[in-house]
Design a protein around this ligand. Structure first.
Ligand SMILES: [Zn+2]
Length: 264
């Protein structure tokens, strides 16, 4: 049975690495933080490394590449615009290209610029149904990525609207970092009456990230992620009270939130 292993790195940036392991034991490693640790996990799982996938070019998502390639000679997949920016990258995925994991499962590339211009997310399809999406630094649990290092918030807005909002509710989010607690604080600051966010914050305090990490679904994001809630009256009212003025459309609300989150 195909499976996903979510690995919390316990690093100061709170990165996740992920492993998608097909039924024959073919393993694909997402965003390896520590190369040796990743190889150890693949071995523990009784699997074989068949590829590394980097969601984008930032060093904290690629630093394990060299060691893994040295030890396994596996291909490294990245965005076409990451060419020359990601060590060892040699296969470049356009929007819609896919990697076959096993006879029933594949990883489908989605072009998702905004956090950087060379950012890919990967949909995990199993038996013809999309089950999950690996979102790198584009979408986090209850938040979205910043645009400080080669990104553009207007482009990120388009990506969230066009590539994520249409996804079905059951789809799981596998983000590049654990920022859930901070993000929930941000949500509750502008929507103090958001019951789902309050419940998640309670649950958050109990989570053992190292041994049993959790994640959200698209349905959860619609409830607790302000960047998915651009039409919330409570949100718009708090932004107005905060002195942000009258925000006339979704894009203005999104850009204002992104600015506020930068200082949060
Ligand atoms: Zn990044």
């Amino acid at each position: 049975m195909m499976r996903v292993v979510q690995h919390f790195t316990d690093s100061n940036l709170r990165n996740f690495s992920y492993f998608v392991i097909g039924e024959q034991g073919n393993a694909f490693i997402f965003d390896p933080w520590d190369g040796q640790e990743c190889l150890d996990i693949v071995q523990r799982e009784g699997a074989l490394v068949k590829g590394v996938i980097n969601t984008h070019e930032h060093w904290d998502h690629t630093r394990g590449n060299e060691l893994i390639v040295k030890k396994t000679q596996c291909p490294v997949y990245a965005h076409p615009r990451a060419q020359g920016k990601v060590a060892e990258a040699d296969v470049f995925l356009e929007d819609g290209d896919f990697i076959q994991v096993d006879s029933q499962s594949k990883l489908i590339a989605v072009d998702t610029p905004g956090h950087t211009m060379a950012h890919l997310c990967l949909l995990l399809e199993h038996q013809g149904r999309i089950e999950a999406i690996f979102t790198g630094d584009t979408l986090f649990n209850a938040g979205v990525g910043n645009c400080h290092n080669g990104g553009d918030p207007e482009v990120l807005f388009e990506t969230i609207e066009k590539k994520f909002k249409p996804l079905e509710d059951h789809i799981k989010i596998y983000p590049g970092h654990e920022y859930l607690g901070n993000n929930l604080g941000f949500t509750l600051n502008y929507e103090p009456q958001n019951d789902e966010a309050t419940q998640w914050l309670q649950k958050y305090k109990e989570i053992d990230w190292k041994n049993s990490p959790v994640t959200t679904t698209i349905k959860d994001e619609k409830e607790i992620n302000l960047f998915f809630r651009l039409e919330s009256e409570d949100l718009k009212e708090s932004l107005a009270q905060n002195g942000e003025g009258k925000l006339s459309n979704r894009k203005e609300v999104f850009l204002t939130l992104r600015q506020l989150r930068n200082k949060w």
